[in-house]
Design a protein. Structure first.
Lengths: 253, 236, 656
């Protein structure tokens, strides 16, 4: 792999706090190595901003290995940038070339208010989980792990849905700011397991009610969420969510 | 769980769209089948007889009311959803991914629907209004009097711009259906990969074939084309 | 001598006896008792959820935007449990023994045995919560083997075990939030501990969004704040992982134990340049099939594929013929460092060795060809078949490598280098997980207790959940049973006022320095000192030097750091500054501890103490103890807890 150095223009959303209007600011970033990650490129820019006496760009990030779901950003219109199945922290500057203008914005949705610059609040997701995204089992109540065999196919499908990192890219990518992919991943994860059975009907209804309350849009099946999901969660889960919801509603007492 | 949530929650609203959508799809199929008479030999008589049947059968008249309700529900709910969805992101992106992550027509259902609606209004004024409230010429077959809807069609489609508008209407319908059918399947929760794929494929064929047949009608009438099928009529 | 308050009786009955005789709190009283849990990783989430379920009033804090983001989520490999589902001879005792031996005989027997005992309950609990562990076709749980053991006892969920376990605990936590027993404070950082009459009674937390300092009362405080690997700047830890909460507790009287015991993981993607902000781990499983080598000639700059077989040095196979590429983590890491230091390193930085799959690809290719009865096939076909097999086994890891480096590991050998991964040291706790401050507990990686001088793979997840789900619910009751008469202390109590003043003065001081150097640059410099002198190999001279350098760095930091922005707003640079300031102080203590421990054991390798062929040389006579450090004014005092091995007989580890 040939490494190279590039000069870039970065158009970044700056917003002091939730009440601020916000605006774009353009920065020249020189000598960016193709080996850097996207966030390291912003680190470098931030170091230069601090040295100049300016305020660095605030952005969420933590594990930087694509699993915690904390990093966000919309890069040139794409949540987590141009690489498929990749979080912002794993995106590397090889994806860009010398002279590129890169536009960086926060995830935008009413349900994800901006905290500062590129940071948004995603606590709406936590509240959706609180509404039913769990199995009610107190510590110490469990039977032996092998007491209930689970079909491998189902366990695998459940795992595939549980791989969701709750980053919110689905919401950011959706033209309706819908959270259906996130909710469907959790509903699927738990509905596919026998342990999730007792609360199955209630769970889906309560989680959807909370989702609606948080102000997310509804799903119009454009599947931009699947295309942008860093964990490539399938929209099949959304169909399953719909089915669960329908089933739950029709069989309500 | 309140049963009404099934229609008021976000998924419920989608469900209304899907069910009414499928209902309208069935209507399209019937409409297309009957109107296809105009493409074949003996178009005038066959078509007028078919239209008469549709206009006089009591069962179909009752279903017509349902059809109007279906349309209204689909349209009203569609606009409500669109408004709500638009307002769930007050601050817009400066750059969007566009066609890189989704199909343009899947994002443009409201626009396509609006075009279809405009077309629909025109279409009703052209045909439905005169056939219900008078103004059509009459014609006699085997001693019975029929509305000459076919003559009305010839009259309307003699104007080139009207033909173009109808073609655009069919074009919008095609894209609308291309997303609509598989979207409705998704909303109805079809998770079996085989079913889903089958429905999706049928949807693709349907959304190309049906609007295509519709589009041929104004063209055939305008240019006086006809497929020679001898005495065989399509419906009656 | 420190007393760990280990219950009497035979090792295998201590925990049962303890549970049977421990004091209880009745349900009505539980509702009146408040508990603060700081950190929401495996230990914190599981503790907060379990205590909430029991009826206590819990307040949980995390600095991330959601409890689900804690760094436990990044653990890949799996979680050990002595289930013996594979019928391969596993037992509580085996797990206990392996952990003690793996820890190079510097862990506390009673704690480790309890860990092994509750390990099976953890799996049951997680399955019940809906953790989608890998399963066999028969629907039963699957196991795999891991380093340092001879049985298959590791439960896993692909390469995302930590994620799945944490989400299980997170969901249990959110359920309690919904039920109102737990109040969640995300984007909050503990900046001070409040002690009243010798007991931990609350914390001062900074709301990271508004910058406000908040006072929170609790009858007890639980620190579940993870490890301090980020003292090295570059590590596999998350960017935000920090020692601040533990350090505040340390400064207020909690002893810090074995700070020099840090684990260096051998298979990480090497540093690519100065811009590097963190390191990424490649699962240990890659060593099962890959061969590790460097060029036999110093400074050989040829591309790896052009270096002929006879000019390669497969140094692990050469040095450790019995275990070859599968020696334990600490041994593999040191050997890589030795080669690179000697000038045989590869890549642009020369701080890397090759992990080569060419041989494995050929081997698998041939096996596949014969399995399919392909007869005489071209070398290209064999290579292709081999690549397919490797892709199936390690595809996701190879993809990750390619994403980060831009190199195709199917064609070019991967470059790897050791990196800081886990810290065995932490706050000293007794058998009940209580620190030396009454009412203050430490759970998970934040405490020191279970892994001795080296942690075995798949044991960190086990310990975090054991502490949170199955230990603290019992041991905390023993303390709180005597607290039922303590009413909630209003937060205008002088101790709260004073603690908040301390925190705010420190923040003001940091902000008023207005120097020239960025926080990041100090952190990098600190990391370099610690990595070079208190990393994989340590020496008395180096450590003494390092202590001086860290002290100088501390002075420089407090006189020249530049922090932009304000106090009463979201200010990530200020957050970072507070953490780095604590890391600097910890760095000094780590060096001090390493200097004091005149032996080599586990992850602690003192160059002066090695066998003639370069292996770690323990000194059980003099150093069979836990070094617990108490902070005095500007210095530290050493307290010892002697380790008495009743069951296991310590011996020298050998992998030749």
């Amino acid at each position: 792999m040939q490494h190279y150095s590039m000069n870039l223009k970065l158009k970044v959303w700056r917003q002091r706090n939730a009440n601020d209007q916000g605006h774009f600011e353009t920065y020249d970033v020189e000598n960016v190595s193709s080996e850097m990650s996207f966030l390291e490129m912003i680190d470098v820019l931030n170091e230069r901003l601090i040295a100049k006496g300016d305020e660095p760009i605030a952005f969420d990030h933590d594990c930087r290995e694509g699993i915690c779901g904390m990093c966000s950003m919309v890069i040139d219109g794409r949540p987590h940038g141009p690489w498929k199945g990749t979080t912002t922290c794993q995106l590397h500057m090889r994806a860009f070339k010398d002279g590129d203008l890169i536009t960086v914005e926060p995830f935008r949705a009413n349900a994800f208010p901006v905290i500062k610059d590129l940071m948004v609040s995603r606590t709406a997701f936590d509240r959706i989980i609180q509404a039913g995204g769990y199995i009610s089992v107190n510590t110490g109540n469990a039977v032996d792990g092998n007491a209930i065999p689970i079909e491998k196919d189902k366990a695998d499908a459940s795992f595939a849905a549980a791989a969701c990192i709750g980053c919110g890219a689905c919401v950011a990518a959706c033209k309706n700011a819908s959270a259906m992919l996130f909710v469907s991943a959790k509903v699927s994860h738990l509905a596919l397991l026998p342990q999730g059975e007792p609360e199955r009907k209630q769970r889906v209804v309560n989680m959807i009610a909370q989702m609606d309350k948080e102000g997310f849009g509804s799903c119009t099946n454009t599947y931009a969420c699947e295309a942008e999901c860093p964990k490539e969660i399938s929209v099949l889960n959304i169909a399953r969510l719909n089915k669960e919801y329908l089933h739950s509603s029709l069989s309500a007492d | 769980m309140n049963w009404s949530q099934l229609f008021t929650s976000s998924i419920g609203k989608k469900l209304v769209m899907a069910l009414t959508g499928f209902f309208l799809v069935v209507f399209l199929l019937v409409h297309c089948y009957i109107n296809a008479n105009v493409l074949f030999s003996n178009a005038e008589e066959n078509f007028n007889r078919a239209a008469h049947f549709m206009g006089s059968n009591i069962l179909i008249r009752i279903m017509e009311i349902g059809l109007f309700l279906g349309f209204i529900l689909h349209i009203v709910q569609g606009y409500k959803l669109e408004l709500q969805n638009r307002s769930s992101r007050k601050s817009r992106y400066a750059v969007t991914a566009g066609n890189k992550t989704s199909k343009w027509y899947s994002r443009s259902m409201a626009l396509l629907g609006t075009l279809i609606l405009l077309f629909l209004v025109l279409h009703l004024v052209h045909f439905w209004v005169p056939s219900r409230f008078g103004g059509l010429a009459e014609v006699e077959y085997d001693g019975k009097t029929y509305h000459n809807l076919y003559a009305q069609m010839q009259d309307i489609f003699s104007v080139p711009w009207v033909v173009v508008v109808y073609l655009l209407g069919c074009f919008s319908l095609s894209w609308h259906l291309l997303h609509g059918v598989q979207s409705a399947a998704q909303t109805l929760g079809i998770t079996s990969k085989n079913y889903y794929q089958t429905i999706k494929n049928i949807g693709i064929v349907f959304s190309i074939l049906v609007p295509l047949i519709f589009a041929l009608m104004p063209l055939f009438v305008h240019f006086g084309w006809q497929i020679n099928t001898g005495d065989i009529s399509l419906l009656f | 001598m420190l007393d760990a308050k280990i219950p009497s009786g035979s090792l295998s009955e201590k925990w049962t006896k303890y549970k049977g005789s421990v004091k209880l709190v009745n349900p009505a009283n539980k509702r009146k008792l408040e508990i603060i849990v700081v950190g929401t990783g495996l230990a914190g989430s599981s503790a907060a959820a379990s205590l909430g379920e029991m009826g206590y009033k819990v307040k949980a804090f995390c600095f991330q935007d959601s409890p689900r983001r804690a760094h436990s989520i990044a653990a890949q490999g799996g979680i050990n449990a002595a289930k013996n589902y594979q019928n391969d001879g596993d037992s509580t005792y085996r797990l206990f023994y392996d952990t003690i031996k793996g820890g190079d005989y510097r862990a506390r027997e009673a704690n480790v045995h309890r860990l092994a005992e509750v390990s099976t309950n953890i799996i049951d609990q997680c399955v019940a919560q809906g953790v989608p562990f890998a399963r066999e076709y028969g629907g039963l749980l699957s196991n795999r083997s891991f380093g340092g053991t001879q049985v298959q006892r590791t439960f896993y969920a692909a390469g995302q075990t930590g994620q799945q376990l944490l989400i299980g605990a997170y969901q249990a936590l959110e359920r309690q939030v919904a039920l109102g027993t737990v109040q969640m404070y995300a984007r909050h950082e503990m900046v001070e501990l409040v002690i009243i009459d010798g007991k931990a009674r609350g914390i001062i937390a900074r709301n990271l969004v508004t910058g406000e300092l908040e006072r929170h009362f609790g009858h007890a405080v639980l620190l579940c704040t993870g490890g301090y690997g980020n003292v090295f700047y570059l590590s596999t830890n998350a960017m935000g992982s920090n020692v601040t909460a533990a350090w505040k507790a340390h400064k207020k009287g909690a002893y810090f134990a074995n700070p020099c015991f840090t684990q260096i993981h051998p298979t990480c993607i090497p540093v690519s340049g100065d811009h590097q902000s963190k390191l990424t781990l490649m699962s240990e499983s890659l060593r099962n099939d890959g061969r590790i080598w460097v060029p036999a000639k110093k400074g050989d700059n040829r591309p790896p594929n052009e270096i002929p077989e006879e000019e390669r040095d497969y140094y692990l196979e050469r040095r450790y013929p019995a275990f070859g590429n599968l020696v334990p983590r600490d041994v593999a890491s040191r050997a890589a460092k030795e080669r690179c230091d000697a000038g045989f390193g590869v890549g642009t930085s020369k701080q890397a060795v090759y992990l080569d799959y060419a041989a494995a690809i050929q081997r698998y290719g041939k096996a596949e060809a014969s399995k399919r009865n392909l007869g005489n096939v071209s070398p290209e076909t064999i290579t292709q078949l081999g690549k397919d097999v490797v892709k199936e086994k390690y595809g996701n890891l190879f993809d990750m490598y390619e994403k980060i480096t831009g190199e195709n590991p199917y064609e070019v050998p991967m470059r790897i280098y050791p990196a800081v991964h886990y810290t065995m040291g932490g706050l000293w706790v007794d058998y009940e997980l209580k620190t030396t401050v009454d009412g203050l507990y430490a759970l998970g990686e934040a405490n020191f207790s279970d892994h001795g001088a080296n942690r075995l793979g798949a044991s960190a997840l086990m310990q975090g959940l054991a502490d949170g789900y199955f230990v603290i619910p019992y041991t905390l009751g023993n303390y709180l049973a005597d607290e039922i008469r303590t009413n909630n202390i209003p937060t205008d109590h002088p101790a709260f006022v004073e603690a908040e003043k301390q925190a705010s003065e420190r923040i003001n001081r940091l902000m008023s320095i207005k120097g020239k150097q960025t926080v990041e640059s100090f952190h990098k410099r600190l990391g370099k000192i610690i990595w070079d002198k208190c990393g994989m190999a340590r020496s008395a001279d180096g450590l003494k030097q390092a202590i001086k350098e860290v002290q100088a760095l501390k002075k420089e930091f407090w006189s020249d750091v530049r922090i932009p922005g304000g106090i009463n707003e979201m200010n990530p640079e200020l957050d970072k500054a507070g953490r780095v300031a604590d890391f600097i102080e910890l760095g000094e203590l780590m060096c001090l501890d390493a200097l004091e421990r005149n032996e080599s054991c586990g992850g602690h390798f003192r160059e002066e103490y090695q066998t003639p062929d370069g292996e770690a040389l323990r000194d059980d006579e003099k150093y069979m103890y836990v070094a617990a450090w108490e902070m005095k004014e500007d210095n530290w005092q050493l307290h010892k807890e002697s380790l008495n091995y009743e069951i296991v007989k310590p011996s020298q580890r050998s992998y030749k």
